[in-house]
Design a binder for this molecule. Structure first.
Ligand SMILES: C[S@@+](CC[C@H](N)C(=O)[O-])C[C@H]1O[C@@H](n2cnc3c(N)ncnc32)[C@H](O)[C@@H]1O
Length: 184
């Protein structure tokens, strides 16, 4: 499957796919927090084909939430509340058109999710919620379920247009984790 993805660069996509393939050998399912229209989700589903593992994707399907004060940046003025709106149905239809298994698609704000909305074990997590609270909430949700030796990727850590991502990760702290944390 081609890497075509307008949310993640080619180099980042290659890294994500490489780690996803490694995660096939780890106990648990794959999750993506902030799937938007499913570009990365489709690539992950392709990696998962025939593996017996499932993909779980989460999104408000109402676009981005309000920014917190930690998300303000002169470079990030395009990221506004309600941007990146897509419907759950559109995402589902993309999987059907691609002939890929439709993932578990959950429509919710991350802050409203609980452990019961997640797989019991996570081998691979891709966090792409853009804002401080979104990353903080998704880190809190996945950390308990991450399998030993799993992979947790946070997107936009180095993106100066989205400073809240770095702050949320730095406050959370990467040391002493039993899984790999990869910051893109
Ligand atoms: C950059 S897009 C995700 C791109 C996608 N991961 C990809 O690679 O194609 C960010 C998505 O996160 C969702 N999002 C951000 N914060 C959220 C939150 N707190 N709760 C639910 N969804 C959220 C937005 O609705 C948006 O669709």
């Amino acid at each position: 499957m081609s890497w075509k993805n307008d949310q993640v660069t080619k180099k980042e996509t290659e890294k994500i796919i490489d780690l996803a393939k490694k995660a096939l050998g780890v106990e648990g399912d794959f999750v993506e927090f902030g799937c938007y229209k499913g570009d990365t989700s489709l690539l992950l589903a392709d990696v998962l084909r025939g593996s017996g593992k499932r993909l779980w994707v989460y999104d408000s399907f109402e676009g981005l939430p309000e920014k917190s004060v930690f998300d303000e940046s002169v470079l990030g003025q395009d990221f506004r509340s309600g941007e990146l709106f897509v419907t759950k149905r559109e995402v589902k239809e993309r999987f059907l058109r691609a002939g890929l298994p439709v993932p578990m698609i959950k429509k919710a704000w991350f802050s409203d999710l609980t452990a019961s909305d997640l797989p019991e074990k996570i081998a691979f997590a891709f966090l792409d919620g853009d804002f401080y609270e979104s990353i903080k909430d998704s880190l809190k949700l996945v950390e308990q379920e991450m399998a030993e030796g799993g992979f947790l990727i946070v997107h936009d850590y180095t993106n100066n247009a989205l400073p809240g991502v770095r702050k949320a990760v730095d406050e959370w702290g990467m040391n002493g984790r039993k899984f790999a944390v990869i910051l893109l």
